[in-house]
Design a protein around this ligand. Structure first.
Ligand SMILES: Nc1ncnc2c1ncn2[C@@H]1O[C@H](COP(=O)(O)OP(=O)(O)O)[C@@H](O)[C@H]1O
Ligand SMILES: [Mg+2]
Length: 244
């Protein structure tokens, strides 16, 4: 395996808060990589730095050997890194299918309205909705979706750009157990099709069963990184959770 995405020595302060204080992570091509750590340890900030939504004060972000630390979100997306947000960015008053063509998530500037998209694009959108299991809901307003279905829709919208790496911020958060199982199966299937994942998640069962590799953050730094088994046995990791 080779490293597809790497962040090294990332620092980021917000006013007096040192959100990241030298955090590093290396994601290997083809793996499902978990990013865990107590609340406030800097996971979302690291996602924001990697995807161009925040600029680091120090450190490097490298994707396939290319420095991307100064790139804007749209450029990073078009290079092949997709992401979802802790609070989903779904448009309630658009249909599920229309959400698949929202330009703000679309580095190539496709049209908002499904009707203007090419037949091939619509077909691809429907295939992806089918893949995440919500194709039957394509013509409903997205506001009618359950929280879990929104998360699935957001994953499908990200897939429209055919990313090589997808960053998911708490895909199982606030989702019922049946839906969590479904989301997990979808991630595994996409991974079998070659997509690399980096996943922030608080549900430990989800992380430990799904991930090949886990990186643990604590106070803006990387506390540990390794197989789920290795990380689970590290007492410093347990202490970090109990201490915060
Ligand atoms: N935009 C921001 N402005 C000020 N403080 C922020 C901002 N984003 C994050 N922080 C702070 O940075 C720290 C890390 O936050 P975050 O990356 O969201 O952690 P996590 O995702 O691990 O819960 C927290 O103390 C948080 O309050
Ligand atoms: Mg977060």
């Amino acid at each position: 395996m080779s490293t597809i995405l790497q962040a090294e020595g990332i620092k980021k302060a917000f006013g007096g808060i040192q959100a990241l204080n030298g955090a590093s992570i290396a994601v290997e091509e083809g793996e499902i990589h978990g990013l865990i750590g107590p609340n406030g340890s800097g996971k979302t900030t690291l996602f924001n730095v990697i995807t161009g939504y925040a600029q680091a004060d120090a450190g490097q972000v490298v994707f396939r050997g290319q420095q991307i630390g100064l790139y804007r979100p749209g450029r990073i997306m078009s290079l092949g890194i997709g992401r979802t947000f802790q609070l989903t960015r779904i448009f309630s008053r658009l249909t599920v299918l229309e959400n698949m063509f929202v330009p703000s998530r679309d580095g190539f500037g496709k049209t908002l309205f499904g009707g203007w998209a090419s037949h091939a694009d619509r077909q691809r959108a429907m295939e992806l909705l089918n893949l995440v299991g919500i194709a039957k809901l394509a013509h409903l307003h997205a506001g009618n979706l359950s929280y879990g279905q929104r998360k699935l829709l957001e994953i499908a919208t990200v897939m429209m750009l055919e990313p090589e790496v997808i960053l998911l911020d708490e895909p199982a958060g606030g989702v019922n157990p049946t839906m969590i199982g479904h989301i997990r199966n979808r991630i595994e299937e996409l991974n079998r099709n070659g997509v690399t994942f980096l996943i922030v998640e608080h549900n430990m069962g989800f992380v430990m069963e799904l991930c090949d590799h886990v990186t643990v953050m604590h106070r803006g730094q990387t506390l540990d990184s390794g197989t789920p088994d290795k990380v689970r046995k590290n007492e410093a990791v347990l202490d970090a959770y109990l201490g915060d």
